[in-house]
Write a protein that binds this ligand. Structure first.
Ligand code: FES
Ligand SMILES: [Fe+2]
Length: 379
């Protein structure tokens, strides 16, 4: 049985927000991308969005672009988007569908979907050339329980010891069986950490989200993962609410397999550093964050539902999508205002409330991860 902790037990007392440099330093931003996003396992997508053979997703992180490609045997590959001839990017499309191969637009070197080099025009004109030596550089990809994970570093850490145990707790929501329903994309003028900190507390909910607090009390709930790469807990739905939707009604039926307690809660987890997993009784919402600059973040928000919900015309998934689209925009607005404020010469770190214990825990984990990568703080 999970043990849920209240804010005081997590130990936020006396902790302050991060200094200005953490939101403004280009040098730190580049180190974060390398060490916190590329050199570790991160979840980058849901299997249902790369189901068809030939579909691909182009993940851009800083100067890197990595193509996640489903081949015709339904195996997933992650290849660096760098032609082995003169380095040209093979495609700039954010996603799409390929035939049997992918061809460089410059001199038409052609690669199989698994990254091996298939063909080179006038191959004999290249001295001592062997095609087998020039496959695309590979990154590691791992697909488990409906989630796609990527490691783009050279030293690949063990996935199982870090994540497999944690992921088992999300099994009741059957992520692998849920189907993609809708998405929204946002460009937020705020550092990526401000988005995570905002998601991790509901101290702001009463002033920022009047509709949310009608459905779920900001002081309800508790946290069950308070340190490590996945952190969060749950909030209770009020008696008059079945889910987080504009109407307060559920979209279709509850996800089968949830117990009565899970049907009355919404669970919110940060998957450090780039994903927010929100588990509802009737659907799952996932935000994926891509840092663009130290003060801009692209956010892809996607909603997943049981097949039966999407198959029944009378079910309105828009009830959920519109609720969170509005709530998202409210969150992005205060995050952008914070980014503007922390840029001031008069900004100094402020005290976290006990009701922001998870944001404080997140900052602690972030600082630990920087230290673990042998990084110095920018001060
Ligand atoms: S750079 Fe790709 S084929 Fe020449
Ligand atoms: Fe919020």
């Amino acid at each position: 049985m999970n043990q849920f902790l209240n804010s005081l037990e997590i130990g936020a007392q006396g902790q302050c927000t991060l200094p200005q440099e953490f939101y403004r330093s280009q040098e730190l931003f580049e180190r974060e991308l390398r060490h916190l996003f590329l050199d570790r396992w991160i979840c980058v997508g849901h299997s249902d969005n790369l189901r068809e053979p030939g579909t691909f997703l182009n993940l851009k992180l800083g100067s890197e672009s990595i193509l996640l490609i489903r081949d015709h045997h339904l195996k997933l590959h992650a290849n660096f988007n760098v032609c082995r001839h003169r380095g040209t990017r093979l495609t700039e499309a954010p996603c799409g569908k390929l035939g049997k191969t992918i061809q460089c637009p410059y001199h038409a070197w052609t690669y199989q979907l698994d990254g091996t080099l298939a063909g080179v025009p006038d191959e004999k004109e290249i001295a001592g050339f062997c095609k087998a030596d020039y496959g695309l550089h590979r990154a590691k990809v791992h697909e488990i329980g409906g989630l796609i994970w990527l490691h783009a570093g050279r030293e690949v850490g063990d996935f199982d010891s870090r994540y497999t145990g944690i992921l088992s707790r999300f099994q009741p929501w059957q992520l692998a069986n849920l189907k993609f329903g809708s998405h929204r994309e946002y460009h937020v003028k705020a550092n990526w950490k401000l988005i995570l900190q905002n998601y991790s507390e509901c101290y702001h909910c009463a002033p920022v989200h009047p509709r949310l607090v009608e459905l779920s009390s900001p002081t309800s709930g508790g946290n069950d993962l308070v340190e490590g790469p996945v952190m969060g807990g749950y909030m209770d739905l009020r008696g008059n609410a079945q889910s987080m939707t504009c109407s307060g009604h559920k979209c279709g039926e509850f996800i089968s397999g949830l117990d009565s307690q899970q049907q009355q809660r919404v669970y919110y987890y940060v998957f450090f550093p780039n994903m927010l997993l929100s588990l509802h009784p009737d659907y799952v919402m996932i935000h994926w964050l891509t840092p663009v600059t130290f003060d801009q973040t692209r956010i892809d928000c996607r909603w997943y539902f049981p097949t039966a919900t999407l198959a029944t015309q009378t079910n309105s998934i828009e009830d959920a999508v519109e609720f969170w689209d509005q709530t998202n925009r409210e969150d992005w607005q205060v995050s952008e205002l914070t980014q503007l404020g922390v840029a001031s010469s008069r900004y100094t770190p402020g005290p976290y409330s006990n009701r922001e214990a998870m944001s404080a825990a997140l900052d602690r984990y972030y600082l630990q991860q920087l230290a673990a990568a042998n990084l110095e703080s920018p001060q």
